[in-house]
Ligand binder design. Structure first.
Ligand code: BGC
Length: 785
């Protein structure tokens, strides 16, 4: 495999400086009013609507920074604006990243007396690990309030691509390896945000599961895997929450750029799913503006002059039917008519950040996953003196990098969180680490936004702690914490060595600290502060407890302290599998694919792009669908997570043993331990293999209980419909449920099944007939059982 141009990466940003100034924008349902307004537009105005107004580069001081297009600075730091036509009463509208909070410039005109910070929320991976859609909706409501109060119309999120491989650079922005979890979480987030009267852009549509060669990679994927794994989450989000906008992705799917694919954007999204909003490109995505118009990609973002020219020429020479442009522009006008900009909302620039910080803190604690807790190491005992090792204990990572980073006012570190919760911290250690980090940061100041995306400043090397100091600490303190930190983001995937696997220095630190503390009968807790999956299996035996905190946003340290102190009983569970070793992952052989330097060509921006290709040979066997079906034991399975209490599962009931339209499943969950806690209850179905091969289990529902007091019971219920039984048949171009025996499993994880029952489906059901589209252009050698 060869993937040298990993960082064609920020071609997007290189391009910016090479472009002359100019501008543009667009996109909803074609109301009569929208059609009427379109009929009054000149060709130039229509083209202006369809192409965004360009962009200033976030983090680069506005007046002299590189600019593409005639962007206007309505909200500094926003990712783009759409064109205004004042004669028709259509204002410019503003879109900004996304997805872990609103990304805008926090300080304007060098005046720090008035700031514009936004809340740094827990990342998507953490939110999914809460398995709590009500909570995610609440986070969305607060996030959307900031969008509205800072004068932004659409937030560019949530992002819900499947976490196909552990090394995916943007996995932190995505929810899960499972489409049901991804779709439900995204729908909850969209509902919450949009309840404010502002919009969302669910992204990146579709099969954008890696960053390597992100602008040019052709994803080769079967129709079934596409429908069941990669499209499904988007389908759920579109049908359940009506996002205002969808963002097409950079990559190609089976040979065609998603933004130029009529079958994806019209046949599937609009016809099959009845999507009513606008489709916008990812920033500078795709190649051919006219093909994008024809595909129904209404709005080209952020917009460059060459796109306007190409569309204008095509209408004039007859190669683009004006009716297509009119339709796209009508979608955009309909969108504009819904915006706060159109309604002239007097935004305050003063959202209630302290109220939102409280929501962020509790959401963060709800999604942290306790992986190990031998002999009740946690919670910490009152008055215990703590030694915190590891750079990251003093520089917690709130969220990932790139466009998914939020300009928040602060990040609470683990050390600050623990001190704030009344724990005694060892000062010698604290000072040593803080000096090390300050020195490093002084010598390696962060570069600008673009430079950081293209060539990120490496994190400070792990401080080497002498054996003597560890020995002293193990005498003077009661317990050791070691934090392992990881960060990643847009533009590059993670690496196996020194990233997925621990570095030599980290291994050494765990070894030294555990040896010294264990020799004195004292315990060691390892905290993993990462946006994606890392190796845990190779060192887990050394730790007494392991808490996977993910990246919990600006309140991270407080949330971790809430769990360590026992103020919050952990209830997060994994929405991704943690393998024993990287090679166990079913996609490892096909990630991040191959590239074809000999086919390098100029792209839309006049830059050399090397095409890449990745083949999803694992087919539908992504994540637990693979591990369970092929009996590969992971380190921690999908759905796994511990609590400080225990739960009993009982009283399993099925409304019938014969399927007829739907079946109701109920069970009682009882807190059988000594302290209050919440349990995530999962429902899996094992379907009969008939016409279609099936994974051994598939998640079909989940519920998080309320906080149950010791001895308290909650009845949980799930409704199983025909859609839950169906899989996509490529031969029939339809979703079908085969007749036979269906096994219903209620579990505490994908392998810890507590209750089982079954029912019979007597006749095959075709739940939905689809269109024969997005077909791979090559023969695939897909995995089968
Ligand atoms: C990212 C998008 C983001 C956009 C605007 C792109 O590079 O892929 O997720 O919304 O930039 O910043």
């Amino acid at each position: 495999m060869n993937f040298t141009s990993q960082n064609d990466c920020d071609m997007k940003y290189i391009l910016l400086s090479t472009f002359p100034l100019f501008l543009f924008s667009n996109a909803f349902t074609q109301s009569d009013k929208a059609k009427e307004l379109v009929s009054k537009m000149s060709l130039e105005q229509k083209v202006n609507m369809a192409v965004g107004m360009g962009m200033k580069i976030p983090g680069v001081n506005s007046n002299n920074g590189p600019v593409v297009g005639q962007t206007m600075d309505k909200v500094p730091g926003a990712a783009g604006t759409t064109f205004s036509i004042s004669q028709l009463g259509l204002p410019a509208t503003v879109v900004a990243d996304g997805p872990a909070g609103l990304r805008i410039e926090p300080i304007r005109n060098n005046d720090s007396s008035k700031t514009y910070y936004a809340t740094g929320w827990p990342v998507a991976t953490l939110l999914a690990s809460t398995w709590d859609t009500e909570l995610v909706e609440k986070v969305g409501q607060a996030m959307g309030n900031e969008v509205k109060e800072y004068g932004v119309d659409v937030i560019l999120g949530p992002a819900l691509n499947i976490q196909r491989n552990p090394l995916g650079g943007r996995n932190f922005e995505y929810y899960s390896e499972d489409p049901l979890v991804s779709g439900k979480m995204a729908a909850a987030m969209v509902k919450g945000i949009q309840s404010n009267g502002v919009g969302t852009s669910i992204k990146h549509f579709v099969a954008n599961n890696q960053e390597t060669n992100r602008y040019s990679v052709n994803t080769i994927v079967s129709e079934r895997a596409l429908r069941e794994i990669y499209l499904k989450g988007f389908e759920i989000a579109v049908k359940e929450s009506n996002p205002w906008t969808v963002m097409s992705s950079y990559n190609l799917v089976n040979g065609t750029y998603t933004s130029e694919n009529y079958d994806l954007l019209n046949t599937i999204l609009r016809k099959e799913w009845k999507f009513k909003g606008i489709v916008m490109t990812d920033w500078f995505g795709g190649k051919d503006a006219v093909a994008q118009m024809k595909a129904g990609n209404d709005l080209l973002m952020p917009g460059i002059p060459a796109q306007k020219q190409a569309i204008t020429d095509a209408v004039k020479n007859g190669s683009l039917d004006i009716k297509i442009l009119d339709e796209n522009v009508a979608h955009i006008v309909d969108y504009i008519l819904n915006t706060q900009s159109y309604k002239n909302y007097p935004f305050s620039n003063k959202p209630d950040l302290s109220a939102h910080a409280k929501i962020a803190r509790s959401a963060a604690a709800e999604g942290m996953v306790l992986l190990k807790n031998s002999s009740n190491t946690l919670p910490l005992k009152n008055g215990e003196k703590v030694a915190a090792f590891g750079n990251t204990s003093y520089a917690f990572i709130a969220g990932g990098t790139g466009s998914g980073n939020v300009n928040k006012a602060y990040t609470v570190s683990l050390a600050q969180g623990l001190t704030g919760s009344g724990f005694l911290m060892d000062d010698e250690l604290k000072n040593l680490y803080q000096n090390h980090l300050n020195d490093y940061n002084k010598k390696n100041p962060k570069k600008g936004f673009i430079a950081e995306i293209m060539n990120p400043t490496a994190p400070a090397p792990e401080l080497s702690i002498s054996k003597d100091l560890v020995e002293r600490e193990s005498e003077q303190t009661d317990i050791a914490l070691i934090t392992i930190g990881r960060n990643a983001g847009e533009g590059r995937d993670r690496k196996k060595e020194n990233d997925f696997y621990l570095s030599g220095a980290e291994k050494e630190l765990i070894k030294k600290v555990t040896e010294a503390y264990h020799a004195k009968g004292k315990k060691v807790v390892v905290i993993v502060n990462a946006g994606g999956v890392i190796d845990i299996a190779s060192w887990s035996n050394d730790a007494d407890a392991i808490l996977l905190t993910w990246q919990g946003g600006q309140e991270s340290g407080n949330a971790v302290a809430d769990i360590l102190s026992g103020n919050v009983n952990p209830s997060g569970k994994l929405a991704v599998t943690i393998p024993v070793k990287y090679e166990d992952d079913p996609t490892a052989k096909n990630f991040p694919g191959i590239e074809f330097p000999e086919k390098a060509a100029m792209n839309m921006m006049g830059r050399k792009a090397i095409p890449g290709e990745v083949t999803y040979e694992e087919g539908i066997y992504v994540g637990y669908r693979y591990y369970n079906s092929f009996k590969v034991k992971p380190a921690y399975e999908f759905g796994y997570g511990l609590s400080y209490t225990n739960f009993d599962y009982s009283n399993f009931q099925l409304s019938s043993n014969l399927f007829n339209k739907k079946i109701l499943v109920t069970a009682d969950i009882t807190n059988s331990g000594k302290i209050a806690g919440k349990e995530v209850v999962q429902l899996y179905i094992s379907a009969p293999s008939g016409e279609l091969e099936k994974p051994s289990e598939e998640l079909k529902g989940f519920v998080k209980t309320k906080l149950l007091s010791p001895g308290e019971t909650q009845k949980v219920s799930f409704e199983i419909t025909a859609d839950d039984l169906a899989s996509y048949s490529t031969d029939s171009t339809a979703w079908i449920a085969d007749p036979g025996k269906y096994i219903v499993k209620i579990g505490a994880s994908s392998t810890d099944i507590k209750l089982i029952g079954n029912f019979e489906l007597t006749n095959k059901i075709v739940t939905e007939k689809c269109h024969k589209v997005l077909i791979p252009q090559v023969k695939m050698n897909e995995k089968h059982q």
